[in-house]
Structures are given as structure tokens and as C-alpha cells.
Design a binder for this molecule. Sequence first.
Ligand code: ADP
Ligand code: MG
Ligand code: ZN
Length: 617
Amino acid sequence: MFTKKGKIFYIVIGLAVIFLMNYFVFPFMFGDSVKEVSYDAFLSELKNKNIDSVEIDGEYITYKLKNNEESNKKSNLFFGIFSDDNIQLYKTGYMDDPNLIEKLSDSGAKFAKVQPEEMSPILSIILSYGIPIAIMIFFWRFLSKQIAKGGLGGNAMTFGKSNAKIYVKAQTGKTFADVAGQDEAKEALTEIVDFLHNPKKYAAIGAILPKGALLVGPPGTGKTLLAQAVAGEANVPFFSISGSEFVEMFVGMGAAKVRDLFKQANEKAPCIVFIDEIDTIGKKRDSGHVSGGNDEREQTLNQLLTEMDGFDGKKGVVILAATNRPDSLDKALLRPGRFDRRIPVELPDSKGREAILQVHAKKVNIADEVNFKAIANATSGASGAELANIINEAALRAVRMGRIEVEQSDLEESVEVILAGYQRKGMVISEKEKEIIAYHEVGHALVAALQKNSAPVHKITIIPRTSGALGYTMQVEEDEKFLMSREEAFNKIVTFTAGRAAEKLMFSTFTSGASNDIEQATKIARAMITRYGMSDEFGMVAFETLSNPYLGDDTSLSCSNETAAKIDNEVIKLVSSAYEKAEDILRNNMQKLNSIARYLIEKETITGDEFMDLLEC
Ligand code: ADP
Ligand code: MG
Ligand code: ZN
């Protein structure tokens, strides 16, 4: 591999070579060796008439001794190799010596004045820097070629080549057994696997399998996992690439990668191509008026569409893709003949959650008496990824506690960690604030318990959490609910407003602690009016639509300004009537509010059963 570090290494080596050449090699290769001596050494040689000839320039006196074997021997053995035939020269600084000429002629030496012997500056630069650099460039290109050929095992120079990983059975190690729940998705994918194994069975009856299937669902529901399981189940090559890998530094490379990927796939057919997070390249194309930055992505998408049309479905290349924003995909991708089959991968129901917990529990040491059903019930709305995380958090907690098995309490605590963050044991809360928090939480719990149609209280706590919650009340439905009646929706709002109502009744003032409750209450109230058709004023008219059902509840409003104002009024009316109801319930149960709140301040956490006992006594 040619990493950045590698490049720096070569540059350093190159500079070192230039340095060495300049100082040691060139002077011996391209000239006589010159030894510097002192002026008085020169004078004494002159006196002894040992000097053969002298050259004087403005700065130096350079002289040659008479042919005397001994004195002409090279002083330096190693460098002498380069300059065996050269004659030893001596030089000394020129001094303003008025008797010099006289002394010279006395000694009988030949002497002359010369121009300073200097290489032209251009030539000297070329020699000392140009040649080494040229040599380096030559080596660089040579290395690059070797690398491109794969000679050195790297791939830095293979720009634009698809880097889709090929998975075969053994490599992902995942099978359908690793995917819990998601039975419909597994069934649809099994059909595809079966087709790749027995295409004749399908051809005999004239059935053509769709070229592409799109896995859609919220994040963390196991789309990527399902695709890996398909790779494990099908005994065919499996190309996997993520949408973001197509978006390259260089324009046109994304399209080239798509082309290359499909070329490889065609060669390996029957096989499966999996494009994860396809929305990164498959977003709706601009309608023409705005252009610029997105050209690269559009080219890539166009290439993908072309390739999908181009290949023969019967040959056995199946394209899978996954996304959690199907709404943002270009319509052209969803056209028949492309990704015309959608495989929904939804959030698991309580049975699915139980199964997912069990699959992941196999990887850890877990106590026999653990009740997965209870955990599944308490995690309504959790995705597979979150459930996997809960098991892991529980295992970590068991280790912290010095145990060798995961127990129910570990699982329960880790559910809360996932929902509300870790406990903040070090946080100091004043007695006064603790009191307010306790009344607030008991307010929620009491109102929830005293209304019909609301989920039973599971736990009340005033231990602060890292998410910022200072306390909370957990409610858990007995059975999974898929529908919400108008009464239930309203009762939820009442329960949300009850925290503030309790503060107000008890302390005649209120705090900022209800901000999250207010948000939630408003959200439900708005949805009742604009989406669920639950208001008398408007009836069954949709003013808001969810922009993406899989990613949060962002909505887009479509109505006149007048209606928008009316909607706001309705929301205000609905929430304030809910608040009044909460206040009423609490006012009629002040005694219970007091006694339970006192108990909570003392214990900090109350379980659902304890709460029901306190309520009934
Ligand atoms: P997605 O691609 O839908 O965002 P992933 O496939 O990456 O989600 O899932 C993340 C992790 O969550 C998986 O590696 C797996 O551990 C866990 N997971 C999600 N769904 C399931 C499931 N149905 N069964 C078992 N594990 C699951
Ligand atoms: Mg994924
Ligand atoms: Zn609250």
C-alpha cells in the first residue's frame, strides 16, 4: 500500500540522496581533489622550491607540487576511488602580499593569474538538483506502474475500479437464523434465493422474478443484516456496496464504478448485487431549473438506471437495495423492471422483540429465569439494533456488578439506559427541587392510573439520568396497541399535562421541568386535528402529511393561512382542556398525591406494584 506516510518516506530519502551527492560524490566525480592548506604552509613549500605551478584568482591561490609521488598520494582512500587519475591540488586564501611575485619567481614555479573558475549557475543547479530530481521522478513512475499492475500488492492507483466486496457463503457468516422476526421479509427473500438455485422451476411455468427488490424500513430494523443473511443462504457470489461509496472525489467516477460493478456481476451470474443506503445516489433528480453540484450524483444514478435496464433478468443477477427514505427516491428507480418489489422491514412487534432479544441473548451468559416477554413489553417502538444494544448493556452491567450471568435487573436497568441514559449518581439536587420533581412525577402517575384507557404505571423514579431527565414515569401497555382511540389520545395529553398541574396545585407556581411534556402534548394534539381527523371543527381532513414515516414525525403542512391559524386555536383549546381535566383529577386526590410523593422522596424509585398498593390503601 502506498500510504501518505509512504510518500513522505520517499521524499525524505530523495532529499538525503541529493544532500549526499552534493557534498561527497560530485566534487570527486567532476573535478580534481583540492586540499585546503594554510598560507604559511604555502610559503614554506615555496621556499623549499617544491611548487610546480601556481594559479591565482581574486580569492584563492591554487598550486600543484612538483611530481613527488609521496605528496601526491590521496589522503582519503575511499573517495580516492573516484579520482585515481586526478592530481592533488592545494589551495590557500589569497593575501595581499606585496612580495609574492618576487617569492614566486625566486622559487622557479610557473605562475599565472586566472578568472575565478566558476560553473555557470544554471549548470550548477541542473547538476546538483535537476539530475537527482529526474532520477526520483523516474523511480516514482516506475513504482507507480508496478503498483498499478498489482506488483507490490497495493491498489492506490486503481482509481475508478469498483471496490464492491464479494461475499460468499462463509464470509458473512450470517443466515436467516440470525434474523429474528421479519418473517414476511425473509419469505420474500427466500423466494429470490430459491430462484437463483433453481431458475428452471420458474422458467417452466413462465414466471419472471423481479430484477430488483428494495428493502425499506426505519433505521436499525435489520435491512443490512437481512441482505447479509441472503448472502449466507444463497450459494452464489454476493456483491455488496454502499451508496456513499459511489460518491467519489472525481467527477464521473461514480458512474464508472456502477459500470464496473455490473460488468463484474454479469461475469459472475448467477449472483446478487446489494446496494446499501441507496438513497445517497438514488435521490430525486432536480427538475431542471437548479443544477450544478449534483451532476455527479445524477450521472451515477443515470448509469445505474441504464445498467438495470441493460441486463437480462433471466441470467440470474438479482439486485437488492436498502433504504430508510423511500419517499426521497427517484421515481424512475421504482418503475416496473427496476426496483419494483418492495420488501417492508418494519419495527418489530412485541413477539418480534422477544425473538430478537433471544437471538442476541445467545451470545451472552444469561440466567435461566430471565423473562424476555416483560422486557419486550417494556420496549414498545424499539428497533432490532436498540434491542441488541440492550442485551449488550445488560451484559456490561453484569460485569460491573461482578457477576458472571446477566439477570433480569440488568436487562431492566439497561432498558432505562437506552430510553433515558445512564443514572447520574453524582448529581446533587436540593431538597426543594427533589420535592418538586417528586410531585411532578407522581402527578403524571396518579392521573394515568385514575383515568380509564391509559397504560398502567410501570415505574416512577426521581433518579436523574444522563439524557437530562430529572425523573420519569414509565407506563407499559399490557398488550401491544396498534390503534389509538380519540379518548386514549386525549387521555395521553391529560397525563402529559399532569406533571405541571401537580406542581401548580402543590407549590402555587411551576417550573421549566415540564418542557418535554409540553412538546409531547402539543404533538399529539396537533396530530389529532391535522392528521387523525379527531376534531369536531374540521372532521376528516388532512392538513399535514408525514414527510417520512420511517424517520421521526416531521410533517409538512398544507392549508391556507386562515386554516393554519384556526388549527393553532384548536390545539390550544384541546391542550388547555386536558390540563383542566388533569388539575381536576389531582385536586380530588390531594391526599394520595401527598402520601405517594412523600414515599417517592424517601425511596427515589417506586415500582408499579408498590404504586398500586399505595393507591388502593
Ligand atoms: P439497518 O440496516 O436496517 O439500519 P442493521 O441491519 O444494520 O439495520 O441492524 C443493526 C443491528 O441490529 C444488526 O447488526 C443486529 O445486531 C440488530 N438487529 C436488527 N434487526 C434484527 C433482527 N430482526 N434480528 C436480530 N438482530 C437484529
Ligand atoms: Mg443498514
Ligand atoms: Zn413530566
